[in-house]
Design a protein around this ligand. Sequence first.
Ligand SMILES: [Zn+2]
Length: 345
Amino acid sequence: MYDGASAKMRAFSIGVDLGGTNLRIAALTPAGERLETIALPTRLKAGPQAVMDDMAGACRQLIEKYGSQGELLGVGVGSPGPLELPLGVLHHPPNLPGFDGLNLRGELERRLRRPVQVDSDANLAAYGEFLLGAGCTYASRSLIMLTLGTGVGAGIILDGAIWHGMQGAAGESGHGPLDPAGPACPCGARGCLEMYASATAIVRRAHELGIGEKDPAGNGTGAALSASAVARLAEAGDTRALQVFDEVGRALGLSLAHLINALDLPLYVVGGGAAAAWPLFAPRMFATVQEMSYVYRMSMPRDPGVFEAGKTHIAPAQLGSDAGLLGAALLPIHAPVPAATQRPG
Ligand SMILES: [Zn+2]
């Protein structure tokens, strides 16, 4: 056995997916093979320092277990925003109350005594799909991924690299206004994509249409609705629930028309929990893009589900809720930060 090759074979990296509910830490080989995942609840009430201790503890556990077998290539962390990049400082993150001002990168570097890379969860989900998911299937070096969750996030990969924009705020397509007379969005605008295509919007719209409320005969559960419950109703043929997803498709189609006309990329990926309802919203989404984007009409594939070189594809994400975690682990391998820009450990 010669050391160089064997060390390379057993090399690994660590990815962290920090969410408002769950904290997941995984060890991955450079080829994307997962060695182990540690899943913990995000102890929001215990405060940011306790969450950072949990995160560092799980990282150390993986480093101890796999570090004796091979080299640790890096640690990548995905977090909900808003996030100052590449510094990794959180600014009033709505999904992480009490974490304002937390230097996520610095706090983890201090605990692990080694460099850490931080990026937004939406960027890393796009990066994961690019390296291991839809990006492979559609042989694409550039893509945009819309993540339909509590809100709508977006990540942009241009020629193999995450596009951050001037101040790290690229990919705020969820706040692209579609209707100036639409519902007020927490971002200050009105009628943003997020107000129509997020899980939150699906539930709100379902309530507006009277879904889930007791009928005059007293039937109905009255229980709290979820986006997946609305999807189940639509699958069962409930016309109001079908209308909700038709509206999701319309909103996504309008947003995609903007993105396609502006960027002319080969691939647009729709992911996140609410994207599981793809069959319910995709027909209207494709019809709207076709209607609204002449760039799409110039390059649409004969069958949207079948890869055709040189065409514009809109496809569902393939990695599910793991995209961000895998993207975080692969970031330090595929896009290491030059040593000069890293602070001393
Ligand atoms: Zn908005």
